[in-house]
Ligand binder design. Sequence first.
Ligand SMILES: Cc1cc2nc3c(=O)[nH]c(=O)nc-3n(C[C@H](O)[C@H](O)[C@H](O)COP(=O)(O)OP(=O)(O)OC[C@H]3O[C@@H](n4cnc5c(N)ncnc54)[C@H](O)[C@@H]3O)c2cc1C
Length: 355
Amino acid sequence: MSAMREHIDLKPYNSFGLSVSARYFIRVQTLEELQEAVSFAKANSLPMLLLGGGSNVLLRDDFPGLVIQMALTGITQTARTQDKVCVTAASGEHWHSFVEHCLALGLHGLENLALIPGCVGAAPMQNIGAYGVEVKDLITEVQVLDIASGAIERMSNAQCAFAYRDSVFKGPLRGKKIVLDVSFELSRSAAPNLSYGALADALADKEGVVTAQDVFDTVCAIRREKLPDPRVLGNAGSFFKNPVLSAEDFAKLQQAHPALPSFAAPGTAGERKVPAAWLIEQAGWKGKQQGGAAVYEKQALVIVNRDHATAEDVVGLAMAIIESVYSRFGVALEPEVQWIPVLENPTNIVGQLAR
Ligand SMILES: Cc1cc2nc3c(=O)[nH]c(=O)nc-3n(C[C@H](O)[C@H](O)[C@H](O)COP(=O)(O)OP(=O)(O)OC[C@H]3O[C@@H](n4cnc5c(N)ncnc54)[C@H](O)[C@@H]3O)c2cc1C
């Protein structure tokens, strides 16, 4: 087994760059190393925290158990039909490199999800999505290790219960399964998805046929312009989910705020998604700093580590935003970022932390 380390500062392992320590830490590169690490945690009754790139976590406190960094690698592909190819990637594969790899093989579908930080194993956790595509549209199967029994199981797309930034792994199976690899069905024929307005606009002047490579390049360019690079400015991407309101609640809110933007929430009965960034900006938070944490000046949905932020700074700022958006709009923002320790009820975050 690769070396188990003790009392490790997790700053390099989370994209917020927060300094909290792990009692034990191990990077696992094979299934056997992972199984040994899990046995060690079980034998010593230690809580476990799985990490890929640490780009979707808010580490609120020192972790008293074993942090396992997933570094299992390997990509295989099997042709399904003349057009469809099944590609399976191990959980420790770097997501963006995997997207690039598929594109280079002439396999299409993932290009809208370019440049999302992190690893393949975390992609099903919150059903990553961007620029009109959610990864659930491409995942066929997820292979997991069941922590309690040690069995290796295959879960179908339906069993993963994917939803907007959500899956069974964030719900009933939280902490029960470790993702080993993820299988995707990709296509040899390119059918670019330009359903996202900003992407379609950016490609509107392109002469000739829009290719998957064009989509990839454009998504990368937009993201580089809009989002802070965590290597330069610590952050975890969108800090909050976009609230989904019932048609009735939306109508009331729109009456009070006629400029309120919204978009359809696919698969719902008339519900509307409201951009959390707009609510936060209207509540006056864009660019504001509290302690070492700040709301990114180019995108109000992102909280950044502006100046040696502590976990308390980030939590304090997030709570202040939640409270102020609630008092102004009556809308409860829910974090998209995974808080560790986990919040039992992310929709009532203020109530829980106040206890
Ligand atoms: C600048 C920036 C932009 C971003 N843009 C987007 C975006 O456009 N769309 C989007 O959806 N997300 C986005 N994110 C969030 C993040 O990149 C994704 O959620 C990504 O999938 C997280 O991968 P990770 O490997 O870093 O996960 P981590 O942060 O390491 O882990 C996330 C969660 O998954 C669990 N986990 C990780 N690996 C495993 C495993 N193998 N088995 C079981 N549990 C596991 C962890 O315990 C944790 O709860 C962005 C983040 C940043 C910093």
